[in-house]
Structures are given as C-alpha cells and as structure tokens.
Design a protein around this ligand. Sequence first.
Ligand SMILES: [Zn+2]
Length: 212
Amino acid sequence: MDPIQQLVDGFAAFTRRRYREDGPFVRLVQQGQSPRIALIACSDSRVDPSLTLDCDPGDLFVVRNVAALVPPYQPDEAYHGTSAALEFAVRGLKVDHIIVMGHALCGGINTLVEGAPDEPQSFIGHWVRLADPALQRAKASCGHKDHDGLRRCCELESVRLSTQNLLTFPWIQERVEKGELQLHGWYFDMVAGQLLGLDRENDRFGVLTAND
Ligand SMILES: [Zn+2]
C-alpha cells in the first residue's frame, strides 16, 4: 500500500478510536496537557517510546533526536531544539521525571564509533560528536571488544553522559536538588527485548524488566 495513504487511513482509525466525545483525548484537548514525564529518545523508527512503553496520548512529553543526546547547557545564539524542549518540559509543564532512553543498534552512535565526518555541511557529524566523551569512556573500558561490543558500550555511556548533561541546566539542577525532579537513564535493548536502567547508587545498568 502507498505509505502516505497508510498514514491517512491510520489517522481515520485514530479519530474513530480516540475522538469520542467523552474520551480521554477530547479531555486532553479541552483541558490541556499535563504529562509527568519528559523523555528523550532517538529518531530511529524502531524506538518510538509511546509504542515501546505502551503509553497513551498525554503521558509523555517526547523529544527525539539523532542518538537521543542531551547537549550541555549552552546559552548562546545557536538553535538548541533539544534544550528548548527541555526548558518547556521543566519550567513550563513542571514534569516530575526526565528519562534519557538510548537504544541498541543506534545508527547515530555507530557513526560516532566509526569516525563521524568532520565536514561543515554535515550536521550529523557535529551533532554525534557531542557524545565524544562517551566514546572515550567506552574505549577505555571496552576497547578490547569488537566493533559491536564497542558500539554497545558507547550507547550505554552516551545515556550516562546525557543524564549528566541534564544537570548542567541550572533549572534542572535546582529542581533535582529540591527533590522535585528525578532523572533516569534507560536503554532499550531491542536485540534482547529488554529495558535497562542506570542505577544511580552503583552507577551501573541493570535490567528493569525482561521479556517473558
Ligand atoms: Zn539511535
């Protein structure tokens, strides 16, 4: 089927299912959104968080970019889409949680591991090099592994780095210190069908839930 027609048909199905007069979606339209969770995920077509985490409209305030990266706080004249979305989530919506969700087989992280192009006309190379500190850590701990092993290590380290970068935003750090906001580092292992979470106590990733 024509992929565009498929979307149009999908929208028709969505309105049939969700657009009932007393349904939750119509309430969201009338009353506005108040999600408790902001989530940063990769643009990869396989990792849509609303689908993988079984969420409904209104549950998640989602930011998606290449490799699910959070840049450090950098108030300058550049166009900071991810930082702008975080600002709205934290200062506007006052979410209680921010989740950074990386994933296995990430093309963005793979580009970094393979050596991201350093060309002014490529946005990808400049963007993924944000995670260069994660690559350096991965090389230190997993340098003996093959390419796939090093990439996985870098995927996990980039989640750790992005959660650390969240704390460079003063309005995030302030709310975390007050106990009003919690930060989480997650990793969707689509190969094993598992969700891993960074345990802040011991700074290690552990399985949050296994596929049964
Ligand atoms: Zn990815």
